[in-house]
Design a protein around this ligand. Structure first.
Ligand SMILES: Cc1ncc(C[n+]2csc(CCOP(=O)(O)OP(=O)(O)O)c2C)c(N)n1
Ligand code: SF4
Ligand SMILES: [Mg+2]
Length: 347
């Protein structure tokens, strides 16, 4: 009898890893939860770019969204912190080891309610990391109370109406100093994938607010964070193309129809204009368009703001190239003569 053919080897990326190498544990979130779709996009983006999972450090707080780092990149470093306190953990870890790719996953409750103070200081420092808010307008884990991103007039399943104005985390991040700010929708695979890839290439704080419907507590008629509402109100600003530094650039657009942003590692971000006159390098315009969109009940999606030249927190602190965590004792301990001099001055 002829031998059966050996099973085909799995497809691998440019560093020789299979998609499986980027996955995590089996999700325990509800089937259909937007957060699961975001985890899938993270797995694909890291696989496609050939990022070594061991170079990634995942951070999160508390919530269904904050549980999700367990469901991707199981070979990466990870720290699941207290509710709303992920930014200080991430800041410490990323300053101790500047060579890591920082990836924070938070919820609208975790970031815009209990953690808003920490969130704001992270944004103003321009710490190099990707900070994702999986935004469903509710505290999913504690059974669906309104969060601070819930829109005025949005209803709970019980019929209760939210009357408090929402915090727009994108407008806040732009105003405070984050240098790559975008909004997307967990149901828009193409847009979210391109944004995540560009985020990996950016140097500075990337804040992505991803509308991610909670199918159990906030996906009904009357909710403004449901799949149906997003399908009707999503207003993409541009079509996003991302060409990593190691690939040949073969997309060209007629002059004036696209905005080209060169990332610091040589990658190229191409934003083909859907909305005339929108330039994501213009901070004031970005905040104005967000406020106008709110008045028109539109959800603007895409890269709202990008600045590739602002100094990062790592630049400002003048950190040495070698990660602090791996500096040998000889490089961090002052010699005896220096200590003697200090003691003599104090004497
Ligand atoms: C200090 C503290 N206060 C309150 C809670 C209860 N709690 C757990 S998760 C959560 C809200 C989570 O909402 P969000 O961040 O939007 O995540 P989601 O579950 O919606 O993804 C709250 C209030 C807690 N765990 N710790
Ligand atoms: S309760 Fe909502 S947010 Fe939490 S896992 Fe279920 S659908 Fe997702
Ligand atoms: Mg939430």
């Amino acid at each position: 009898m002829a031998d059966s053919p050996a099973p085909a080897a799995p497809k691998t990326n440019r560093i020789g890893l299979a998609l499986q190498d980027y996955k995590g544990g089996k999700s325990t979130l509800c089937a259909g939860c937007g957060h699961n779709a975001i985890s899938e996009r993270i797995v694909e983006a890291m696989y496609d770019l050939g990022v070594s999972p061991e170079r990634v450090a995942k951070f999160s707080g508390i919530g269904c969204s904050s549980k999700s780092p367990a469901y991707f990149l199981s070979r990466s470093h990870a720290f699941n912190g207290l509710h709303g306190r992920m930014p200080s953990i991430a800041t410490g870890a990323l300053l101790a080891n500047r060579s890591l790719v920082g990836l924070g996953v938070s919820g609208d409750g975790d970031s815009a309610s209990i953690g808003i103070g920490q969130f704001m200081h992270l944004m103003r420092r321009n710490l190099p990391m990707i900070y994702i808010i999986e935004d469903n307008g509710v505290y999913g884990l504690t059974k669906g109370q309104f969060s601070a991103t819930a829109d005025v007039g949005s209803t709970q399943k019980t019929g209760a109406v939210n009357e408090l104005p929402p915090i727009d985390t994108c407008a806040l991040a732009i105003q405070l100093g984050a240098t790559f700010v975008g909004r997307s929708f967990s149901g828009d695979k193409k847009q979210l994938s391109a944004m995540l890839k560009a985020a990996v290439a950016h140097r500075g704080t990337v804040m992505l607010d991803v509308v991610s419907p909670c199918v159990t507590f906030n996906d009904h008629e009357g909710s403004t964070k449901s799949y149906a509402y997003m399908k009707d109100h999503d207003e993409p600003l541009h079509e996003i193309g991302f060409v990593p530094a190691y690939e040949e650039i073969d997309v060209e657009y007629p002059p004036g129809t696209a905005i080209d942003v060169k990332m610091h590692d040589g990658s190229r971000l191409t934003l083909r204009k859907l909305e005339e006159g929108y330039d994501p390098r213009d901070k004031i315009l970005a905040v104005r368009r967000l406020m106008e969109a709110e008045q028109r009940d539109e959800v603007l999606t895409g890269i709202l703001y990008v600045n590739t030249s602002a100094p990062t927190f790592v630049d400002q602190l003048k950190l040495v190239d070698e990660p602090l965590a791996t500096l040998p004792e000889s490089a961090v301990r002052p010699p005896r003569s220096v200590l003697d001099e200090v003691m003599a001055r104090l004497g």
